[in-house]
Design a protein around this ligand. Structure first.
Ligand code: KG4
Ligand code: ZN
Length: 396
């Protein structure tokens, strides 16, 4: 089965094409293309993602990224000269679907309509959660493409995509070939991104229960906000961890002690906004340290330690309580090296029989390959008209 997947829930415009074969748990995956076009530089000026700007960029970029993905997958066939005009009805359908996206419609008609149909069995698209204006562009683009090529559409939950990204493990030396791990149930997944922080109990494929989530800021959001307080760039996660890793502890006289919010609470919820406020107060009260590189590094390190301590401790406790046989890590923050290291180390110590899987660092952030994978595993084919965006979509 060949799936073309489209992801536009936030500030990455991503398209992937992948072939799936074998049975579900013994799947072989060949990635034909996996393109992620980031808008980070554009949003960096504002210190975070501006939804309407993201929407405009997705509208501008989707057609050319689709062409690039098809080309990379060797599926872009030359236009046939004097090609029979696509049926008028199809064009009308496309016009109707994209009527509120005039710029996108113009590009769609110019670049996509004249193409020969590619050999694709289904189109997968992220329909939530995310920024509504950004989601709608991807959904409408996918609906138009599904109509034009007459293939089914598979709506996918973005967080399910992050969860499945941990299932993808490189097989052998070929970079484009992956295998799916055989997850043992119950599985516990820690999903940490810019918009979400959730602990998910998975009793089988498609059977999810959110057993804990953040009550305020997501972990990635906290990294982004603290980076801003420290005068670092956006996104803040990689900036903070790079600075923290540079710190030579011995040369440091300044003591920074930040709280570990909710680390001992009986539930599995999280809260990170108080931690950000604690950083704000620390910087206010230590203004000299706040201006020095080493002072900033000390704050970055303590902040990262605090977030990782809470995430790891609560995940281990939940894994024990629910007798998890597999533990998964996913989402943009899963790229954090300290988090990856500490989760594995503590699981080995406290639950040595549990397996732990996490995505390649390159697949931790938003991408469309994870959307193709989730579509293959638990997606349901729908008629294009039946699919709409849902910004607040949940996993359970
Ligand atoms: O999953 P993702 O790419 O987008 C959303 O769905 O939100 O996650 C983006 C988040 C950002 O907040 C970013 O700062 C964070 O992931 N992030 C990291 C690291 N790399 C990205 N946080 C901590 N450490 C990192 N190395
Ligand atoms: Zn994400």
């Amino acid at each position: 089965m060949r799936i073309l997947a489209i992801e536009t829930s936030c500030d990455e415009t991503a398209i992937a094409i992948a072939d799936f074969s074998g049975t579900k748990i013994r799947s072989q995956i060949t990635v034909l293309s996996n393109i992620v076009s980031t808008q980070v530089a554009l949003h960096a000026k504002f210190g975070g993602v501006v939804p309407n700007l993201a929407k405009r960029e997705h509208q501008k970029n989707l057609p050319s990224i689709l062409l690039a993905a098809l080309k990379e997958a060797r599926l872009l066939k030359p236009k046939v000269k004097n090609q029979k005009l696509k049926s008028q009805l199809k064009i009308q359908n496309v016009e109707k679907i994209l009527e509120r996206e005039p710029e996108l419609l113009k590009r769609f008609k110019k670049y996509i309509v004249p193409l020969q149909k590619s050999k694709i069995d289904a189109i997968a698209v992220t329909y939530g959660p995310g920024l509504a204006p950004a989601l709608w562009v991807g959904v409408n683009f996918s609906r138009a493409l599904a109509r034009l090529w007459n293939v089914p559409l598979i709506p996918v939950n973005h967080m399910e995509g992050h969860l499945f990204s941990a299932f993808l493990q490189q097989s052998g030396k070929e970079k484009s070939k992956f295998q799916i791990i055989d997850s043992k149930f119950p599985t516990l997944a820690l999903l940490v991104s810019g918009g979400h922080t959730e602990l998910i109990l998975m009793k089988g494929y498609g059977k999810y229960k959110v057993i804990g989530e953040t009550l305020d800021d997501a972990a990635g959001e906290a990294f982004d906000k603290v980076a801003r307080l420290l005068g670092l760039g956006y996104p803040g996660g990689p900036e903070i961890s790079a600075l923290a890793e540079k710190l030579k502890v011995k040369s440091l006289k300044l003591k920074v002690a930040l709280p570990r919010p909710m680390i001992n609470s009986k539930d599995y919820n999280f809260s990170f906004s108080g931690l950000k406020t604690a950083v704000l107060y620390f910087l206010r009260d230590h203004s000299r340290a706040a201006k020095s590189k080493i002072g900033k590094a000390a704050v970055a390190k303590e902040f990262q330690d605090a977030v990782v301590d809470v995430l790891v401790q609560k995940t281990i406790r939940a894994a024990k309580e629910y007798k998890a046989k597999t533990v998964l890590l996913g989402g943009g923050v899963a790229a954090n090296r300290l988090l990856r290291r500490e989760l594995v180390k503590n699981l080995q110590k406290e639950l040595p029989k549990a397996e732990c899987w996490m995505p390649n660092v390159a697949l931790a952030g938003d991408n469309a390959l994870m959307i193709a994978l989730a579509a293959y595993f638990s997606g349901k084919k729908k008629a294009p008209n039946a699919v709409g965006a849902n910004a607040n979509l949940r996993l359970d």
